[in-house]
Design a protein around this ligand. Sequence first.
Ligand code: SAM
Length: 345
Amino acid sequence: MAASGKLASFRLPPLPTVGELIKLYNLRAEKQLSQNFLLDLKLTDKIVRQAGSLRDAHVCEVGPGPGGLTRSIVNAGAADVLVVEKDTRFIPGLKLLSEAAPGRLRIIHGDILTYRMDRGFPETISKPWEGDPPNLHIIGNLPFSVSTPLIIKWLENIANRTGPFIYGRTRLTLTFQKEVAERLTASTGSKQRSRLSIMAQYLCTVRNCFTIPGRAFVPKPEVDVGVVHFTPLVQPQIQQPFKLVEKVVRNIFQFRRKHCHKGVEKLFPEACRVELTQEMMQKADVDPTLRPTDLTIPQFRALADAYAHFCTHEPSLLSYEFREELRLKHLARQRNKPMDTFMDK
Ligand code: SAM
């Protein structure tokens, strides 16, 4: 795991191409696992360049598959590459790569959704949160079904400085379905502005780097792919617990075409809804007739702060869920019983 300046000039010795490896090990892409491979090393080099300099870096690559992106990471001078791959079939090919880059490639056969990255790297690489980011990167071309839940989990980790962020402001370079990449980076007023835009941008500087046409993958997916780079902010733009911010943002965006007070109302039980919504909008100094897509992050901050203020005075508000109230009402109506029969006592 030694990091030496000499490694930056290291290039892998001649190896079978990624395409040849796929044939050699009969690595047919599994449709159920949404496997789409990148065989063009110019393209994988371009993805890796978005991460910035990888000289002597520690890298966690998620879903290396046949190892195209892995080769580019190694060639970019990373000193310690930890790959986490779920599908056993790729392990022999990755071992071949590891033998060609002695001491620089560690292979974990596991699931990135449960893998403890906080145990994967030495503590000595940590940097204070307020300082420069550590020389640790997360890079991956994952199936879309994994990359979206994963980024939400990692955003929560950023807010709490847990998981891969115990080392500091670890940077991420990841692929998403093009529409999701656009949502992650959408600015105020744009059509793609959504819950993901706010959740990502209040915690990180987010950059939509470039789009890869679907035809560049084997097999070709139905959609194009966006490469997105995240750098956690020193100071999150909203200083409330992640779950509270998530609740406010989710409620507001559930009626994305309506005035924003419609979603804010649903933060409160029916009995006090109108009164508290009015008070919250006034306290946050936000025009209730703005659409959710037109709200800026400082306006979301003001709304989250106002909601947190109510929750401090009435802690039970925090666990109130409008949809749960609806469900219980529906149940009560069906069974012709009072609603509190179904509530947790
Ligand atoms: N990185 C390779 C490339 O660019 O050619 C493969 C990309 S393919 C879209 C996604 C890879 O992620 C596959 O190798 C798949 O087996 C792996 N994968 C899927 N779900 C995973 C998970 N939960 N944890 C780790 N790897 C996963």
